[in-house]
Design a protein around this ligand. Structure first.
Ligand SMILES: [Zn+2]
Length: 670
């Protein structure tokens, strides 16, 4: 990005005598030129609050975080007492594509690594959302499932057996939750085995999954499809927030070994690695599949002209495995086109490794074709996997698959669903977003039901950079949508903060509040408050500390302050915890000998550093920055500009337009 000279006003200017100014320079404790500020003390209550200073509640006050302990340290790192439970699943499932049903038996091995004895077990039964009497159906949660009723579809789990090592267990079902009574308590360090046989009708596309008919057959996308054990953690004990439709997952890490039986004419994509390719693929497809694993350019495994042409009878069982995963999803179709190639990842120890990037789509999905002039789906996956691996942390799984079907856009470990068929930009935007979720929440396993911004906002933030790189755009262009949404939120009379649980976010606000505002917040933190080097070191510290673990928001906030060395409580409070509005203004400019004094005002409750573009009559320009600390004790600040004898033509604050300023009219002086 072309930027004018950045000039940070520091001590060098503090001693310059400025005739005509109310007061000559003094130096504030933060080492920033503090010209004339003393004259304003005692005259602060002229219609707006002070950012800092004497008010009981200031945006700069320390945040009252939870008391640090050996599990979660005051630095934001997991402590020596950190623990999390583990859930390993083995599932055998059969798809009946004509009846559109699933029948499965699963075995869960649950390891209690907590210091607590567990007297009962809570399970998530997310398919029960699709019952006509589910809480999600009845409560019309944002983006809810009322369509279920209209379509007269009544889904949900039919659980035919639940046992542990042959002992039948009692289970009480409460909507999308079930409480399982244990024969004996699970003590610290013990394992518990649970077996469940179940079935369900596959819903028409409603929420994150479903069935769709296409020209060559059917596409099934299967997710939230097995009873899984709730998270038990040090914060809440059992996490039993129900599945209402918007809040996604808060779930355990573990391994999955899944056998998927489908008609022979079907192909299957799933989380993790296909471990029996030679048993399920016809010889020609197997040869191409092997070629793809050695190619960095897409290889057709099923070219468009072969899609839907397999007429073999009978059934085949596809076997997949994945470790360190927080859930498992899959898709199956008799209409798939399939192409694949590899992305190259470098691990921290310098080892090179390949990730198999695959795309599965019906032939209607023209934008996905490897031969599409805009690159197609598989090249998009390769770009995103390599970009984020470099930017954040190496991609953690051996495979990433993109599936086109009924779901608009949803992420799972090693697989994603993307609905856009014909628009290359739509396909890329969703694909890049869902690949980004491989870091948040797949790698850093936050609580998505309570803190949706910790995955959606973070992913929105990293998407700006990936998109700018893919399209070779100016980065500031990528934030315009988020900026507009953040300003729109701030203008409304009633406000919700970013720290609002997914299903409690007002209808129509999810995109603004959980994606745009936190995404833009991290962008401002990186581009303006901390700078790239300082931000990246802190953000990577957060990822490294919490990879395959479960951070709370306070762990993120603390780590970012701890690892950047900057107290950021004002930022977390103003941007995430409170719905503070932001408005910086130029109140007055006084040209004096050798310089100018710019009277700045902070008219909202949120504070930010000040960036000013000075344009001179001789055509020269410079950019001047003031740190956020200028607002520590006042809402009015007189900034001195050394002009070197030049006449100022125009001054603009926030010249890059990256801040959600409520009133742009007071941002310039001519
Ligand atoms: Zn997302």
């Amino acid at each position: 990005m072309a930027r004018a000279l950045i000039l940070r006003i520091g001590l060098a200017l503090a001693g310059i005598a400025l005739t005509g100014c109310a007061s000559t320079g003094s130096t504030s404790t933060n080492g920033v030129a503090n010209v004339g500020d003393a004259t304003r003390v005692g005259a602060v209550d002229e219609g707006f609050r002070r950012a800092g200073g004497t008010h009981a509640q200031s945006v700069f006050d320390p945040i009252d975080y939870p008391e640090p302990n050996l599990v979660r340290l005051g630095s934001g790192a997991p402590g020596p007492g950190y623990w999390q439970n583990r859930a390993d699943y083995t599932i055998d499932v059969t798809l009946d594509p004509d009846a559109e049903t699933i029948g499965a038996s699963m075995r869960l091995v649950y390891t209690n690594n907590s210091p607590d004895t567990l007297d009962y077990l809570w399970m998530q039964l997310e398919q029960n959302l699709f019952r006509t009497d589910s809480t999600g159906s009845l409560s019309r949660s944002p983006g809810g499932v009322m369509k279920v009723l209209e379509d007269d579809f009544d889904g949900g789990y039919e659980i035919s057996a639940i046992s542990s090592n042959g002992t039948v267990l009692d289970m009480q079902v409460y909507d999308t939750l079930a409480r399982v009574e244990l024969p004996t308590p699970i003590r610290p360090g013990q394992r518990f085995t649970l077996s469940i046989d179940y079935a369900f009708k596959i819903p028409p596309h409603l929420r994150r999954m479903g069935a769709e008919s296409v020209e060559d057959g059917k596409v099934f996308e299967i997710a939230q499809w097995f009873p899984h054990v709730c998270m038990y953690d040090d914060i809440n004990g059992w996490n039993t927030m129900p599945y209402l439709g918007t809040g996604e997952f808060y779930t355990n890490y573990g391994s999955y070994s899944v056998s998927i039986t489908v008609p022979s004419s079907y192909r299957v994509a799933a989380s993790g690695q296909l471990v029996n390719a030679s048993e399920v693929l016809p010889a020609n497809e197997l040869a191409r599949f092997n070629d793809a694993q050695r190619s960095d350019e897409p290889v057709w495994i099923i070219p468009p002209e072969e899609a839907g042409t397999d007429t073999t009878e009978g059934f085949k069982t596809w076997k997949f495995g994945i470790d360190n995963a927080r859930t498992f999803a899959w898709a199956a179709s008799d209409a798939f086109v399939w192409d694949a190639c590899t992305a190259q990842i470098t691990d921290p120890n310098g080892n090179q490794r390949s990730v198999l990037c695959q795309s599965f789509y019906p032939k209607e999905a023209k934008a996905w074709f490897a031969t599409h002039e805009d690159g197609g789906s598989t090249r998009a996956i390769v770009h995103s996997i390599e970009f984020y691996s470099d930017f954040l942390y190496p991609y953690q799984y051996p495979v990433m698959s993109n599936v086109n079907g009924p779901e608009d856009g949803m992420e799972y470990p090693g697989i994603m669903f993307c609905g856009d068929r014909r628009s290359p930009d739509g396909m890329f935007g969703v694909t890049d977003h869902e690949v980004g979720h491989s870091w948040f929440p797949m790698l850093v396993g936050s609580d998505e039901r309570r803190y949706m911004w910790q995955d959606e906002g973070f992913t929105t933030f990293i998407n700006y950079y990936s998109k700018a790189d893919w399209y070779d755009h100016d980065i500031d262009r990528e934030i315009r949508y988020s900026l507009g949404q953040t300003i729109a939120v701030a203008r409304t009379a009633h406000q919700q903060p970013v720290m609002t649980a997914a299903d409690k976010t007002w209808p129509g606000w999810v995109g603004h509040l959980q994606y745009s505002k936190p995404g833009l917040g991290l962008y401002i933190l990186r581009e303006m408050v901390l700078g790239h080097e300082r931000f990246d070191a802190a953000f990577r510290t957060y990822i490294n500390r919490w990879a395959f673990k479960h951070p709370q928001p306070s762990d993120f906030f603390r780590t970012m302050s701890d690892a950047s060395g900057m107290d950021l409580d004002w930022f977390w409070r103003g941007w995430f915890m409170e719905p503070y509005a932001f408005d910086q203004a130029i109140a007055k400019v006084t040209q004096v000998e050798g310089g100018a004094v710019v009277a700045l005002e902070n008219r909202g409750q949120m504070v930010m550093p000040v960036e000013m573009l000075i344009e001179y009559k001789d055509g020269s320009t410079e950019t001047v920055q003031h740190p956020v600390e200028i607002w520590n004790a006042t809402d009015r600040w007189r900034a001195t500009i050394r002009t070197g004898g030049r006449s100022i033509r125009k001054i603009t604050i926030d010249p890059r337009r990256i801040l959600p300023d409520m009133n742009r009219d007071n941002d310039t002086w001519n």
